[in-house]
Design a protein around this ligand. Structure first.
Ligand code: BTN
Length: 268
């Protein structure tokens, strides 16, 4: 029987000591409510917020998902936060960043004891086949290089039916972790893994994380469709991601690299 995650505001004072080696790398701000943690953090980033700024909101009134969709969650049912990370260099260095972030989230959930965690291209976190979390990475060029606002939403309980439920049936962490971890512990594990993965990504790009991502890839060698909205763009066998994070699809005419779209499993 699924247990409830109590609604609670994150206390930065409690979070700090749980961060272990990553302590001191984050500037933590908690809001009871905002439009979208990514929208607010992007604004703060433009005003000079430091790398490692972490914005957590109990409730979002206009949570955003990929491809213009909305992200629905409620304070007791979800964990919603955004992290600012600054990188030197150009946008080309950041290819595959959202996949790297997915790997960090999957590792954190597994460290907490969740089984059945998988990754789906480009940046969905699956649990037992359903979508338990999503990642929205937004990039901007700044004089010193690039900034990335990494927005992460996790379903602690089953979410309200959103506008993407037709492509991604939802899942909830409460299905895999009983009793559910304290939210501070969950967030701390996520931050520890994110700091480690972002450091590796910064040093070597997605190429150095690709093999680990492929191991977590839920749909390796499965028949899939790549959707553009509700239109089937391509279909083939899913071969995972290349070193730049592009989807590799074995089609009738060869291996194709795909840069955008939504994947769904093809039922024979
Ligand atoms: C997706 O699967 O489409 C990505 C969903 C990302 C949702 C998170 S919740 C925290 C952050 N703030 C937002 O408005 N969106 C991201």
């Amino acid at each position: 029987m699924a247990q409830l995650f109590p609604a609670c505001q994150i206390d930065p004072g409690r979070l700090g000591p749980l961060l272990g080696p990553a302590r001191g790398r984050f500037t933590i701000v908690v809001l009871a409510e905002c439009s979208s943690t990514s929208t607010v953090l992007l604004e703060r980033a433009r005003q000079g917020a430091p790398s490692g700024s972490l914005l957590i909101a109990d409730d979002q009134t206009a949570g955003r998902g990929r491809r213009g969709r909305s992200w629905l969650s409620s304070p007791s049912a979800g964990l919603t936060f955004s992290l600012l990370w600054r990188f030197a260099g150009t946008v080309a260095r950041l290819a595959g960043l959202s996949l790297a972030v997915g790997l960090a989230v999957a590792r954190a959930l597994e460290r907490l004891g969740a089984t059945g965690v998988g990754l789906k291209w480009p940046n969905d976190i699956l649990l037992g086949g359903g979508k338990v979390g999503g990642i929205l990475v937004e990039l901007e060029t700044v004089p010193a290089g690039m900034l990335a606002v990494i927005g992460i939403g996790l379903n602690l309980q089953m979410p309200p039916a959103g506008d993407e439920a037709f492509i991604h049936p939802p899942a909830a962490l409460s299905q895999a972790l009983s009793p559910p971890p304290d939210r501070h512990r969950l967030l701390a594990e996520l931050m520890i893994e994110l700091a480690a993965v972002l450091d590796r990504f910064d040093a070597g790009g997605f190429a150095v994380l690709r093999a680990d991502w492929q191991r977590q890839h839920a749909w390796q060698d499965r028949p899939v469709r790549l959707l553009d909205g509700e239109r089937v763009d391509r279909q083939g066998i899913c071969l995972g991601a290349d070193e730049d994070g592009a989807l590799l699809l074995q089609t009738a005419t060869g291996i194709e690299r795909c840069l955008s779209g939504d994947l769904s499993l093809r039922v024979a």
